[in-house]
Ligand binder design. Structure first.
Ligand SMILES: *Cc1c(COP(=O)(O)O)cnc(C)c1O
Length: 395
């Protein structure tokens, strides 16, 4: 017996649930890519992406996933042998650093911990040791999708300033843009990147990069530039150069619709919605944790992301069995533990097009699974989530 008929629900951190309006926006013929309609579409998207990054800098759209956008950033500002400092808080900045190393950069990882966010004072201390300013770029993620850590990008930028270090500060916002506040210019971020398939509620396949004036200056002398990624090439006068070839028209239709929906709801409301739903998840997990098997991976409450929650599972209990149950019996797909947490955690995503029934439904199904598999857990997780939303979402 299963109770999974109907639409399977993705509670994984990307690709996320796409609104029906976004899906429908793609169901139409391609347009003339040399038309004014195409040019206007591109211009509107570049303008609105800059608004989402909160920058007066330049924004670029790549036909790529997040890994592609990572390379897009690196190739535009680095030369072979340049030193790069990676700030660890899980898996994703490390992955970005591996790409930099493969491209010929000299990569150093500032050791972090999978249970916590980056410590700004440790960044400042490391940079102060670099008296010759050998470090050319600093890589960090705003949200690490593996650990569930939320990094205080503003505080890290301040630490870099306090160290008086000129390295470019480059931030991955794939798992946070349009879900949690991000202020590229105000915080002092030089380059930011993101992708379409998480908070932006659009199919996978678009990567976004924003660069400020300092980054564009460094770009002029970067040795790793290649034609596809090159910012200068994309500033060429012919419209097709904005995409280094054919525009991904259907993905752009989808993105246009998604951004329209984002602006219609309003970023402050979206941020608050994510915060409320994330806290509902955390409250449920906190109650479940009383059973001594489950727990929140990130130790400090203030360092937990509002877009994904990583739930640890003690040895002797198999998170894969719970995931299998939730998917095959109830039609809810949870994220797996990845990297250092492989086999020791599962993840609940709450990013993008999510609402109360999706999150309460997911929590309810997890609780059904915990009961069915006899995994010890505190009783009343769902009630705690429900009570929280009832208190916070006023009548
Ligand atoms: C998902 C993700 C990526 C990678 O994106 P892909 O589109 O899968 O290549 C990079 N960084 C973060 C923080 C992510 O969550």
């Amino acid at each position: 017996m299963t109770v999974r008929a109907g639409r399977e629900f993705l509670a994984i951190p990307g690709p996320t649930t796409m609104p029906d309006e976004v899906l429908r926006a793609m169901h139409r013929p391609a347009i003339d890519i040399y038309s004014d309609q195409m040019i206007n579409l591109t211009d509107s998207l570049l303008r609105d992406l800059s608004k989402l990054f909160a920058t007066k800098g330049k924004t670029y759209i790549y036909i790529a996933n997040g890994h592609g956008a990572w390379e897009g950033v690196l190739s535009n500002v680095l030369s072979r042998g340049d030193k790069v400092l990676v700030l660890e808080s899980g898996r994703f900045a490390i992955g970005w650093g591996l790409a930099a190393a493969a491209m010929g950069a000299d990569v150093e990882v500032l050791k972090g911990d999978w249970r916590r966010a980056i410590r700004p004072h440790e960044v400042e201390a490391r940079l102060k040791l670099d008296k010759e300013h050998k470090i050319k770029a600093i890589l960090a993620v705003q949200v690490d999708t593996a650990s569930g850590a939320y990094n205080d990008i503003e505080a890290i930028a301040k630490a870099i300033k306090a160290a008086g270090h000129p390295a470019l500060f480059m931030v991955d916002t794939v798992a946070s843009l349009a879900c949690m506040p991000f202020e590229m210019d105000q915080w002092g971020v030089d380059v930011a990147m993101s992708g379409s398939q998480k908070g932006l509620m659009t199919p996978p396949g678009l990567g976004f990069v924003a660069a400020n004036a300092r980054a564009l200056e460094v770009h002029r002398k970067a040795g790793l530039r290649t034609p596809y990624w090159d910012w200068t090439e994309r500033e060429g006068s012919e419209h097709y150069r904005k995409y280094a070839g054919t525009a991904p028209v259907h993905l752009l239709f989808a993105l246009r619709q998604a951004i329209d929906m984002i602006f219609e709801e309003g970023l402050p409301n979206i941020f608050r919605r994510h915060q409320l739903l994330a806290e509902a998840v955390r409250r449920a997990v906190t109650v479940w944790a009383e059973g001594q098997v489950l727990g929140l991976n990130i130790a400090e409450a203030g360092e937990r992301s509002d877009t994904v929650t990583t739930v640890t599972v003690e040895a002797g209990h198999d998170p894969a069995a719970l995931q299998r149950y939730c998917k095959e019996k109830c039609g809810v797909v949870l994220g797996t533990g990845i990297g250092d947490l492989h086999g020791q955690a599962f993840r609940i995503a709450h990013m993008g097009h999510v609402n109360a029934p999706m999150i309460l439904g997911t929590l309810g199904v997890v609780e059904v699974g915990l009961n069915a598999l006899k995994i010890p857990h505190g009783k009343g997780g769902m009630e705690a989530a429900i009570a929280w939303l009832g208190e916070q979402v006023s009548a």
